[in-house]
Write a protein that binds this ligand. Structure first.
Ligand code: HEC
Ligand code: HEC
Length: 187
């Protein structure tokens, strides 16, 4: 069993849990968690980021954009005029957020959605929105304005967590989607 798990881990590139002391069952649990998380997007695990970048909207996991996009978004000039809002940060806070985001951007991640996002962006392209990434656009192409812009409980495709009930956990799987006010899309 252990051998198989190590092999799976090596294949998906997840870090190997080395603790030999825990019970077999406990480490199996950890493996399963690691593997299932690797399928989706790494959830936000940085307090400064969650607070500052979750103040106006859902705190987008860094694995939803490549580093070149984050570099354009996360600098003092850009943050002063961030989608028509002022989102400027103290220099030290910005530095710690940059370090966290750059280290966890999509091309550094082995998580399934992050890999798909990276692959769908062509060389030299720098999307400033997750919702402009080809993979994300493709996944939502069937949604109508009635469901998104004109839906008062959604209003923008950027509000991932209005429909993705487990977005905070980094889970975007279609089994966990609901569209407010569209009963056929409720759970
Ligand atoms: C003062 C409010 C405010 C703060 C603080 C803020 N944002 Fe935003 N952000 C916005 C608005 C408004 C939009 C545009 C939303 C829309 O179009 O519906 C946006 C959009 C975005 C988008 C694009 C989403 C898409 O459409 O794909 C990203 C990425 C983003 N913000 C990242 C961040 C990060 C990272 C931080 C922390 C440094 C941050 N934001 C802090 C207001 C804010
Ligand atoms: C208006 C509701 C809504 C919003 C807002 C929304 N989505 Fe979705 N999303 C959906 C629906 C519906 C699907 C497709 C489900 C299906 O195909 O059955 C989907 C599919 C996806 C998928 C593919 C899931 C799969 O299993 O293939 C990803 C990834 C995703 N969304 C990410 C995002 C991200 C990131 C955001 C925010 C930037 C977002 N979505 C905003 C409704 C939404």
């Amino acid at each position: 069993m252990k051998k198989q798990l190590i092999l799976i881990s090596a294949l998906i590139g997840a870090s190997v849990v080395t603790s030999a002391s825990g019970s077999e069952e406990e480490s199996l649990g950890k493996w399963i968690t690691t593997i299932s998380r690797t399928k989706e997007v790494k959830p936000v695990n940085n307090v400064a980021y969650a607070e500052e970048c979750g103040a106006c909207h859902f705190a987008f996991p860094p694995g939803l954009l490549p580093i070149q996009s984050w570099k354009k978004l996360l600098n003092p000039q850009a943050l002063e005029d961030h989608f028509d809002e002022n989102a400027e940060l103290d220099a030290d806070v910005l530095k710690s957020i940059q370090e966290y985001v750059f280290a966890n951007s999509s091309e550094k991640s082995y998580h399934k959605r992050s890999r798909k996002i990276t692959r769908s962006i062509s060389k030299g392209e720098t999307p400033l929105r997750i919702t402009e990434v080809a993979y994300i656009k493709r996944k939502h192409h069937e949604l109508t304005d009635n469901m998104v812009k004109e839906n008062e409980d959604v209003s923008s495709l950027s509000n991932c967590n209005a429909c993705h009930t487990q977005a905070e956990k980094g889970v975007f799987d279609d089994d966990t989607v609901r569209i407010p006010n569209f009963p056929e899309w409720e759970d």
